[in-house]
Design a protein around this ligand. Sequence first.
Ligand code: G1P
Length: 280
Amino acid sequence: MKAVIPAAGLGTRFLPATKSQPKEMLPVYDKPAIQYVIEEALASGIDDILIVTGRNKRSIEDHFDKSYELEYTLQKAGKDRVLKQVRNVTNLADICYVRQKDLKGLGDAILCAERHIGDEPFAVLLGDSITKSPQLCTKQLIDVFNKYGKSAISIREVPCDKICSYGIVEADKVEGNVYKINSLIEKPKINQISSNLAIVGRYILTPDIFDKINQTEPGFNGEIQLTDALSKLDGVYGVKFDGKVFNIENRLEWIKSSIDFAMSDEEFCDDLIDYMKRFL
Ligand code: G1P
């Protein structure tokens, strides 16, 4: 299966940090956010990755490219451990890039991937959302897609006052954490939907989504919304995700994500706890 990682957005919710730097390159503890996303795809069994970028996103390509000067300098200085880390990033995956020329929404970004994807089901992992759980979010979706043969999207409950920040779905439980989706609305007003199940930013899509996107009129914010195209598909399943989700364009979630990953690092967790105690 191939994966598409949309990463063209301007990051306006995190200005001025994202003025000249892609939000996907913001560091989360010791790696740029998009590296976590690519590692999730790889660990889920996907090794063909297309990133949809835009202008001012060159540093994403540079991060996953070879850095001769850096490698040479580290090698000469005998910094073998860091050198290995740098080379691991370069060799992580074969990544292709396509640019979204006009920022016309997530649906339009997915359309930029049509030629690369062809007529196969594919995964979408939003480049600004990191998930953390023992069971990989994307792998869970692949399993549900393999069982039901329909598009599958990751969902989770959010507080009711947050539903206007997400794509929200109404769904009926099928079994375990699997739901059949009845309706979807992108960033609804509180009185538009009686559900708090939000789309997480991980999808397995059947290729007929491209036709549906082409038939989709501009929606929320005047953009072509993937959520609106999804509601035209014949059958979509939701998989309730019980891990952690960090949307790094949200400053609070971005800080939480760095703390969370730092706490998983034995080298720093005790010092971090000591520091945080001062605020309690
Ligand atoms: C996008 C999707 C939305 C989803 C969200 C998850 O919105 O359009 O349906 O709930 O990602 O993070 P964005 O956050 O890009 O505005």
